[in-house]
Design a protein around this ligand. Structure first.
Ligand code: MLT
Length: 266
């Protein structure tokens, strides 16, 4: 369904009843990456997914995007859906958006799941790589970005054994507009460093990482887990950067164990 937020149409799904759980997707994918998590959590929770601005079926808005603006879109969506507080589950870029959301609207977050992500900003070389990738998307189209990104997103086990996942990942990337991909790369390059925020988080946090994640490796997850008081770390074996897609059963078990006590006392 489409909901108008911050003057653009945000495409979202809203399934089930109970504790609201909002899933925020990775770059350069879309909300369908969460299908298996929606199926698992909507049995007892209200599971919400959205296409971030510039991705999937959502609108584009102005030509330059920011992570803060994406967080504001999530907040606007919550308001439109009548939700005061939610569990945010963000993977990679979705994690950047979740941390920006917590910085700006801490009272609206029940708990955080930070999957395959990092708190730090980009060093200069990484920013430059993003600018080149944004230009490549604009020049050569989304398929060229799918060529570059798919082998980085999936772990070596999935690449060796899961042609279906390779195809699904490519399909999501190729379904996005080059302009949306480029705008998100530039938004990520400009994102704020959230390292100092970690020590201020005073809600339940689950940190998840795929053991084969080469983009945001386990060492990043360990650092976040150490910096957040009382957080828990779950390493998903035989999964790369897209741990929820690569090992949905293990990811869902970790998620359900984390969410279950919140449902009872939330
Ligand atoms: C993602 O999966 O969202 C991206 O790998 C994030 C990034 O490029 O930093």
């Amino acid at each position: 369904m489409k909901v108008s937020v911050n003057n653009i149409d945000i495409d979202c799904r809203d399934e089930g009843e109970g504790l609201p759980v909002i899933f925020i997707h990775a770059f350069p994918l879309n909300q369908t990456m969460w299908d298996e998590q929606v199926a698992a959590t909507s049995v007892t929770c209200r599971a919400i997914t959205l296409d971030l601005r510039g991705f999937g079926r959502s609108g584009f808005g102005s030509s330059s995007h920011s992570i803060e603006e994406m967080a504001s879109d999530v907040r606007g969506l919550m308001k439109r859906l009548g939700i005061e507080r939610a569990v945010l589950v963000g993977l990679s870029m979705g994690g950047y958006v979740s941390l920006a959301f917590y910085r700006n609207y801490p009272g609206s977050v029940e708990a955080l799941v930070l999957a395959d992500t990092r708190a730090g900003a980009d060093p200069q070389e990484a920013r430059e790589r993003r600018f080149k990738s944004a230009e490549k998307a604009e020049r050569e189209g989304s398929a060229a970005i799918a060529d570059d990104m798919t082998p980085l997103l999936l772990g070596r086990s999935s690449q060796a054994t899961r042609p279906d996942l390779i195809a699904k990942t490519r399909e999501m990337i190729e379904g996005n507009s080059p302009a949306g991909i480029a705008a998100a790369q530039r938004a990520m390059a400009a994102r704020r460093d959230s390292t100092d925020l970690l020590g201020t988080i005073n809600i339940p946090v689950l940190v998840i990482v795929g053991s084969e994640d080469s983009l945001t490796p386990p060492v990043e997850a360990e650092a976040m887990n150490r910096a957040i008081r009382g957080s828990r770390l779950e390493v998903i074996q035989r999964a790369g950067h897209l741990s929820n897609l690569e090992q949905p059963r293990l990811f869902n078990n970790a998620l359900k164990q984390f969410i279950h006590p919140l449902e009872q006392f939330g």
